[in-house]
Design a protein around this ligand. Sequence first.
Ligand code: ADP
Length: 475
Amino acid sequence: MFINGEWADAASGATFDVTNPATGEVIGSVPDGGADDATAAVAAADEAFGPWSQTTAYERADLLYRAWELMTERSTQLAELMTREQGKPLKASSAEVKYGADFLRWYAEEAKRVAGEWLPSARADQRFLVLKQPVGVVAAITPWNYPISMLTRKMGPALAAGCTLVLKAAEATPLCARAIFQIFADAGAPAGVVNLVTALDPKPIGEVFCTDERVRKVTFTGSTAVGKMLAGKAAGNLKRVSVELGGHAPFIVYPDADPVHAAKGAAALKFLNSGQACISPNRLYVHESGAEAFVDTLVQRIGRVKAGNGMNDGIGVGPLVNEAAVAKVANQVDDARSKGADVPVGGERLTGEGFDGGHFYAPTLVTGVTDEMLIRREETFGPVAPVITYSDVDQVVAMANDTNYGLAAYVYTQNLSTAMRTFEGLRFGIIGINDVNPTSAAAPFGGMGDSGLGREGGHEGIAEYLEVKLGGFAI
Ligand code: ADP
């Protein structure tokens, strides 16, 4: 772990192994930290907060720029490590490293744009000054599906704002986290400004993060169930909270859209990260007029996606994270099949040479999905594209909104007013209009409803780490 500027073992001396999800091979071993280690990391971050919060925005930007440069220099090694530890194809890992690095560069720039306001008062002898200051020590918990960008998306704005940070990485991907903290160490982060805890059991760490008085903000990315629990606990102690949780993204194809173009977009998007993304489309609503062309294109495209070890050339879909993930996907597909859905492509666990050591599920298309099926409501997190054919254009936004989640949605139409009305009517935080990649370090990412609280990226992303202070000056 990285605590107070030093690499450290767990207080207990325990360690746990990290495995490659494509092969089952052990690729490393990391400290198995506990509450003591988390508390030591919080103490280090608390100690460092005073001096770090008093640095100039220019100094903080310099650290972030140096870290961005090192990430860029080490991008090949980082991508290879990510593929071995998390499983996504090498090309996808490289794209994530670049996306992750962008948060450091963008917030290096944004650090210098945190400005207050000078407000007029109704009283002639009074002036109001609004000052933005860092909230304090930030505790962050990150997931395994994007094991680098989910860290930098929190570290960039927290450090730019003048906060110090303690981060607990996901137990499946601590090696990527270590590589990022090594970059911050090499970039010259002062001791205690960034601290990393690794642990096989996240609960005691979460408990410290949500209860230690020195932690002023908890930021979490992961499942809705854990996010609700942690947000409740942290809010009970009046800590600032932001949580980025699950999703169940609709993908609407209107009758005026080109169904072939839309299907190509859906196929490209759905299999990113083997479908293990909170913004992955979970319901493909295609108008009946274009359904045949849409499904035919998906059948061809999905039939061509090659599953396997992401280190090999031409692989489009890597393994799932673990056996539980395979079982969940298989259960949803089997449930849909038993309730009358068709599965023209895939629909099975992949076995045999190249697959047996890992956790592979075939790229799958499910058509004829109805409201009774599990897949219609439950987040899939796997390489399965579920198609729902609709006939009433006026109902499709209501159908898409019929979920507790509200993270991402996608819309294909050539009609400007349809695009605008749908954009306004969908209750989701991120909407791609003829666009399958509406994400960027410069743009606010986050959800409504069960998908979370707060935004990451953009100027909204740094506001999450700032307190607003009002000064009333009688002159
Ligand atoms: P996923 O389904 O993506 O694994 P989780 O919410 O279980 O989602 O995991 C996301 C992150 O939350 C990981 O770092 C994990 O260790 C952490 N986590 C899971 N359960 C808890 C908990 N009870 N307290 C604190 N952190 C937790």
